[in-house]
Design a protein around this ligand. Structure first.
Ligand code: ADP
Ligand code: ASP
Ligand code: MG
Length: 470
């Protein structure tokens, strides 16, 4: 059971989460709990680190001090026994004392490496998991805190470390199974890990989902539950499209595609451990725990609507490489991709014409260097503030006229690149970032006006409409 930042954001949320876990224990289940940092803490820790490395020692320590108070207050509100409470608060103080020492060091050396950034952000999950474990004990759950860094072992690519599955499986058997066998509920932080030398790493932003799935996979769990602040995977981000419907069931392949192309509700790697062992993933709402959520399984039932959901990935750039003579030359595309490989820059989408290759990548500080290298091969230009809209659904396979419907729905918007993957489960296109929300709403209106009730939660939607009087 993985609980995201909003599910542990304050004492009320943590108490709600404890109630959900206690419910599973009462049902005779043996959960392992993975928690994120309290909501927004990771952002604030990153800000602490960058302020310190920019020489703003006072500003950095001020953020840390506010975080210390928030964690102390949360702990005190949850743990009533005075002895337990003061032991926990002392422990929190020790952690913040050592964080402050790192921040002072950063403000002296004025440099922030990915390795130190991982160490700084790790405090979020290290502390949240300890507080949640204590709160669970207070609610009568036999919780046992486990330092995630002793279970999740990765390579040394700081900020986006790759888990080492075999070691994780062994560590899970050594550190988690004895606790479970003993009737305990292990509670650990998500997102954080360590390399084989014990140095702290992280799995990338949003990585607690991935931790949940890694632990579920390592233990061959019955299910991997991702508890968040929405009723499940929706037909689009409900913050962009308030009409979004809950998707009741979706395939691993569709969910992975959506997550990769920007649906923040799941970290893109979450599905991998589940696929390996064919473990269902459930996306559930900790604010509405009786809702069925979304069930992600290997084979989803056939659906009448061509698409299940629309994802958007923003902050992208398009790089156009134009060379009239070279394009069809043997080895040309290889030379282009070698440059992206050299800069370790993943490419999201590619489209080629007779004279040009267009590639889309996350906007990043390496772009000028990549463009300089590419200009050895051809003329290069790049442009930021682009968004990739990705429509996902297995039932577009072999259907005629879907592309015409998609581009009719957004006929008022300028499309820069188009792609339909060979898997034929997604149709994606690049547009200006400023047009992205409008595009999603237009597509949603076109494709979800008569949703298939066996796949989408049409009832909840009708109720919502009658409450809002529309
Ligand atoms: P957590 O902190 O629990 O990991 P996140 O903020 O990472 O939660 O992810 C949940 C958010 O993802 C939702 O609040 C929602 O705004 C956003 N989201 C984006 N796309 C979708 C989608 N297709 N379905 C549901 N939520 C989505
Ligand atoms: N706390 C981390 C983040 O905000 C990991 C997570 O919440 O999944 O990115
Ligand atoms: Mg998340």
């Amino acid at each position: 059971m993985k609980f995201g930042g909003t599910s542990v954001e304050d004492p009320a949320a943590i108490t709600r989460t404890a109630g959900i876990v206690a419910g599973r224990v009462t049902m005779g289940k043996h959960p392992v709990v993975v928690v994120s940092a309290l909501a927004k803490v990771t952002d604030q820790l990153l800000r602490c680190a960058s302020c310190a490395a920019a020489g703003d020692r006072t500003g950095s320590l001020a953020i840390s001090s506010r975080l210390r108070s928030r964690h102390r207050d949360t702990a005190c509100a949850l743990v009533k026994d005075p002895k337990e409470s003061s032991a926990l608060v002392n422990w929190i103080d020790q952690k913040f004392d050592s964080l402050d020492e790192i921040l002072r060091g950063l403000s002296a050396i004025l440099e922030l490496t990915p390795r130190i950034s991982d160490l700084v952000v790790s405090y979020g999950e290290r502390i949240s998991s300890r507080i949640v474990a204590a709160a669970f004990c207070e609610c009568g759950i036999a919780a046992a805190h486990v330092d995630a860094r002793q279970v999740i072992v990765t390579d040394s690519q700081f900020q986006k470390a790759i888990p080492q599955d075999a070691i994780i499986e062994k560590r899970a058997a050594e550190r988690l199974c004895p606790l479970i066998d003993d009737g305990k509920v292990p509670v650990m932080g998500g997102f954080i890990a360590s390399n084989e030398d014990g140095i702290t790493t992280t799995l990338g932003r949003g990585g607690s989902d991935f931790t949940g799935a890694l632990v579920g996979g390592a233990l061959s769990a019955e299910a991997i539950e991702i508890w968040t602040d929405v009723n499940g995977i929706m037909t689009s981000d409900p913050r962009v499209c308030p009409d979004a419907l809950r998707v009741k069931v979706i395939s691993f392949e569709e969910a992975a595609e959506l997550a990769y192309f920007g649906a923040k509700v799941l970290h893109p790697a979450t599905i991998l451990p589940a696929v390996k062992k064919n473990i269902p993933v459930l996306v559930l709402n900790s604010r509405n725990p009786t809702n069925e959520g979304t069930r992600i399984i290997s084979l989803a039932p056939h659906c009448k609507s061509p698409f299940k959901s629309i994802a958007v990935k923003k902050k992208l750039s398009i790089i156009d490489v134009v060379a009239s003579r070279m394009l069809m030359t043997h080895g040309y595309l290889k030379a282009i991709f070698e440059i992206f490989d050299k800069h370790q820059c993943p490419v999201d989408m590619v489209s080629t014409s007779e004279v040009s290759v267009s590639l889309s990548v996350d906007s990043n500080e390496k772009l000028p260097l990549i463009a300089a290298d590419l200009s050895q091969l051809a003329d290069v230009k790049y442009e930021g503030k682009k968004a990739l809209v990705c429509m996902v659904g297995e039932d577009i396979r072999g259907q005629n006229g879907i592309a015409a419907q998609v581009f009719t729905a957004i006929r008022h918007i300028n499309v820069r690149m188009i792609s339909q993957g060979a898997s034929e489960i997604n149709m994606s296109f690049m547009i200006d970032e400023d047009d992205a929300d409008e595009a999603v709403r237009s597509l949603h209106a076109a494709f979800f006006k008569d949703p298939d009730p066996s796949i989408f939660d049409v009832e909840a939607h009708k109720k919502q409409l009658s409450v809002s009087g529309s």
